[in-house]
Design a protein around this ligand. Structure first.
Ligand SMILES: [Zn+2]
Length: 254
C-alpha cells in the first residue's frame, strides 16, 4: 500500500522523500557539514496551523519551535515575530527555519484531499488554499478579499495568491498550482523578513529549509518535497532596501 502511494506521490512530486528521511538528512547535514550544535539551534516553522502537519516536522528532534505560520503557512508573525525569534537564539547557536505549504494526497493520488485520523470521509488539505481557490474561481463577480479582523489570515492568504490568479486557473491542476504559488510566496516572505531583521539575529547563521508537505492517509508516511536549503551568513545579508517612487519616470512625468 505505502509503496503504491509513494509511486503516486513521486509522479507529481519527483523530489519527495518521507518526512522521517528529510528530518534525518537535514539534521545530519547541519551537524556534520556545518558543525551545528543542535542543542543550541533555535527552530522556527512557517507552516499551516492544520493539526495534520505535526507529523512531518522537526519538532520530534528539535525543541521549542517558534511558530511563525498560520493558514496556508505564510509567516503571519511578520517583522515583529522575526525580530523576537532572532533575539531568542541561544548564545553561540544557529537559527533554523522550516517553511512551506501542504497538500493532501488520497490513496488514488488525488491532490488537495485527504483522509484524516478518525474520519471516514475526505476533507480538503490545505483547506485554506482550497477555499481561496474556490473564491478566485468565482465567475459571477470579481472576488476581492476584504480585510476582516476575524479572518485576517485567510484574507491575506487570498491576497497573496490573487496576482497569480490566471496562472493558477489556467494550469492543468489548479490546487497543485495554488500550492506552488504559496510556496513561492512563503519563500519570498521568509527571505524578506530575515533581510529586514538581519541586525536583530543573535547568531551568525540562519539556515532555511523550504518545501511542500504532502499529507497522506492515516497509517502512511507523510512526504516532503524539499525546494530550498541554504545557509545565510548574517553578516553578509544584503540589507533590504525599498525603492522610492520618486525614481520612477511615471512619477517624474506625472
Ligand atoms: Zn492548511
Amino acid at each position: 500500500m505505502s509503496n503504491s502511494i509513494e509511486k503516486l506521490i513521486l509522479k507529481e512530486y519527483p523530489g519527495a522523500r518521507t518526512g522521517e528521511e528529510v528530518t534525518a538528512t537535514y539534521l545530519s547535514y547541519l551537524e556534520d557539514k556545518y558543525a551545528a550544535d543542535l542543542n543550541k539551534m533555535l527552530f522556527a516553522t512557517s507552516i499551516c496551523s492544520d493539526d495534520i502537519n505535526v507529523s512531518t516536522d522537526f519538532r520530534r528532534v528539535l525543541n521549542r519551535p517558534f511558530t511563525m505560520g498560520g493558514l496556508g503557512g505564510l509567516p503571519y508573525t511578520g517583522f515583529t515575530g522575526m525580530v523576537a525569534y532572532g533575539h531568542h537564539i541561544p548564545d553561540g547557536g544557529d537559527a533554523f527555519i522550516f517553511y512551506g505549504p501542504h497538500i493532501g494526497v488520497t490513496d488514488d493520488g488525488e491532490l488537495g484531499k485527504m483522509l484524516r485520523p478518525g474520519q471516514k470521509n475526505f476533507s480538503n488539505s490545505c483547506g485554506a488554499l482550497v477555499l481561496a481557490l474556490e473564491r478566485i474561481k468565482r465567475e459571477d463577480d470579481v472576488y476581492i478579499p476584504i480585510n476582516d479582523e476575524f479572518d485576517y489570515q485567510q484574507v491575506l492568504l487570498e491576497r497573496t495568491v490573487m496576482p497569480f490568479k490566471q496562472r493558477i486557473l489556467e494550469s492543468s491542476n489548479p490546487i497543485k498550482e495554488i500550492t506552488e504559488v504559496t510556496y513561492e510566496n512563503i519563500h519570498r516572505r521568509i527571505h524578506f523578513l530575515v533581510e529586514k531583521a538581519k541586525d536583530e539575529f543573535h547568531c551568525d547563521r540562519v539556515f532555511l529549509l523550504g518545501g511542500v508537505i504532502l499529507n497522506t492517509s492515516p497509517g502512511m508516511k507523510d512526504y516532503v518535497e524539499i525546494r530550498n536549503f541554504e545557509m545565510l551568513d548574517v553578516k553578509n545579508i544584503t540589507p533590504y532596501s525599498t525603492e522610492s517612487i520618486l525614481e520612477h519616470d511615471a512619477f517624474v512625468n506625472m
